[in-house]
Design a protein around this ligand. Structure first.
Ligand code: FPP
Ligand code: ZN
Length: 526
């Protein structure tokens, strides 16, 4: 068990992070006593801090100043060890060289130094060689991102920039209520009288921007925010999107794919809109009367021969579409009923498992493609839904058996996110060779959060007892404690790098879901 020392430097940039865990064999105080502790999990709860002047007192046993940039990971003797799985190229390799194999090899080469923490300051990684979460840098980055949302280049994605930034702020524990008024002002010009939200003023309503707008309003909360949504017009407009094969198009006359189904059902369920189709909905001509008609069957047809889920039937499976389809099914009913009934779960699990790469540890979106931080959510977010489908309803977190391991390698995902996705000046990225943006910051942090909490379905009520889509609101969460084979394990991530938990279906904080559902499920009519 490594000994540790909490160090809180005054200058964030100077020493990468405001705390670290450093092995006893490498660091000691000149005074020979003090804050080094070595008692399992307690080391993470230690509040012992030293000032900048005291940092100079720290020396390594080999005489190197561990705070200097020269004291790098490579120089450590007996320091944090990163398991070979994350530092060694795959032992088996296809001899055929293609553009795809070259891109894959290049990706491994760019990730390896980050995974090995090569050249990193001793104090920027913990005892497991995992870098700290650069919380302040990410918050600064997000402040810039949300400020930039008002500029013209963001005219096509404005509600999205709000959603990504607000969700990421929430994950980092920042107060987003301060954005209430500005979010309402920005989104009120995106809302169309004919229903739905466009990306900007005067733009056609689109279900993806409507999804981002509704979720952003739910996140900031406040009566003005949710009340500004024209629910009746939204309901009528969504009726135009319902298609005769059971799915939804993205906008009137636009393409149809599983994003349309997930975004529409997110809006309908969160705002408790009537499930009955509006009188003028075109699919009434095909005998449909409800938004739900033919929907689970449509999603089922999107599962491909590989086991993954494609945007539409007979297309290529992709992780982003898989999340949309699974989350949509979980809006329609309990996970163990819907996922087992409408999907080949073993085949899906097999395909999802193939999304995780070694040594990188992160997920790719589809077969023969590269790891990317955003799939930490799109693929990573599928796992809790699948785990809930396997376990069935659980009345409380206490019933979660500690011996139930994860269906994927969480350590790999955590290492990829913290080692490869954090940009030096804040913000999260796809991979080391790319620049950070709000989208990757949001979904990479969402993926990291999902490694820190269990989400479980605790539904007991049946659909007849209330709003028919009640099951989406019968989920709970609890903090994970690292377990393997029933034995408590050391945390891979420091206690202060914990994030806030998000609802596994709506991908916003739990409180935001409860607030919206609480407000609208009480309302009769519009
Ligand atoms: C391929 O991009 C990406 C897709 C085919 C799907 C993108 C869909 C989403 C991100 C989901 C959107 C969700 C909502 C809720 C609107 P690529 O070819 O650049 O990436 P790849 O090489 O990793 O497949
Ligand atoms: Zn990406």
């Amino acid at each position: 068990m490594p000994s540790t020392l909490k160090i809180k430097p005054k200058r964030r940039k100077a020493i990468h992070k405001s705390k670290s865990r450093v092995p006893l064999k490498q660091l000691h105080r000149r005074d020979g006593y003090g804050s080094l502790t070595s008692c399992g999990k307690n080391y993470m709860a230690s509040d012992t801090a030293i000032g900048e002047d005291e940092q100079e007192e720290l020396i390594s046993r080999d005489g190197t100043d561990p705070l200097s940039l020269e004291a790098t990971f490579d120089q450590r003797q007996g320091g944090p060890q990163v398991p070979d799985l994350y530092t060694t190229p795959p032992p088996i390799k296809d001899s055929l060289t293609t553009d795809t194999s070259i891109s894959q090899d290049n990706t491994v080469q760019q990730c390896l130094p980050h995974l090995f923490a090569s050249g990193k300051s001793l104090l920027s990684v913990n005892a497991h060689g995992v870098p700290s979460l650069e919380r302040e840098g990410h918050v600064d980055f997000l402040h810039d991102a949300i400020e930039n949302a008002r500029y013209i280049p963001y005219d096509a994605v404005r509600p999205w920039v709000l959603y990504w930034s607000l969700t990421a702020f929430s994950l980092l524990g920042e107060n987003v209520e301060t954005y209430q008024q500005r979010v309402v002002e920005t989104l009120s010009v995106c809302q169309n009288l004919s229903g739905g939200f466009g990306a900007g003023h005067g733009q056609l309503s689109h279900v993806a921007t409507s999804y981002a707008a509704v979720l952003s309003l739910a996140i900031v909360g406040g009566s003005e925010s949710l009340d500004m949504i024209g629910r009746r017009a939204l309901w009528r407009w969504l009726g135009q999107l319902k298609q005769s094969d059971g799915g939804f198009s993205m906008c009137v006359g636009g393409e149809e794919d599983v994003r349309g189904a997930y975004c529409s059902m997110t809006i309908i369920s969160l705002l408790a809109l009537p499930l009955e189709l509006p009188p003028n909905a075109p699919t009434r001509a095909h005998g449909f009367t409800s938004f739900l008609d033919g929907l689970p069957e449509y999603l089922s047809r999107c599962q491909t021969f590989e086991g993954g889920i494609s945007g539409r039937p007979q297309s290529e499976a992709h992780g982003a579409y898989a999340f949309c389809a699974l989350a949509c099914l979980c809006i329609l009913g309990p996970p163990h009923e819907m996922l087992r009934k409408y999907l080949d779960l073993p085949l899906l699990i097999s395909w999802l498992s193939s999304r995780q790469h070694a040594p990188e540890g992160g997920f790719s979106g589809r077969t023969n493609k590269l790891v990317d931080g955003c799939y930490s959510h799109w693929v990573g977010g599928c796992w809790p839904l699948i785990e809930a489908a396997i376990k069935g309803s659980q009345p409380s977190a206490l019933t979660i058996t500690p011996k139930f391991g994860s269906l994927y390698n969480q350590e790999g995902l955590i290492r990829y996110i913290l080692s490869c996705c954090q940009a030096d000046d804040g913000g999260m990225r796809d991979k080391p060779s790319t620049y950070p943006d709000a989208y990757h910051t949001c979904y990479t942090l969402a993926g990291l959060s999902s490694t820190q909490y269990f989400s479980y379905y605790n539904g007991t009520r049946n659909a007849e007892a209330g709003y028919p889509l009640d099951s989406a609101f019968q989920w709970g969460f609890s903090k994970k404690s690292p377990q393997r084979d029933g034995n408590e394990e050391e945390e891979l991530v420091d206690a202060e790098d914990m994030l806030v938990s998000l609802h596994p279906i709506y991908v916003i904080p739990w409180g935001a879901v409860e607030r919206s559902h609480g407000l609208f499920s009480q309302k009769t009519g519009f």
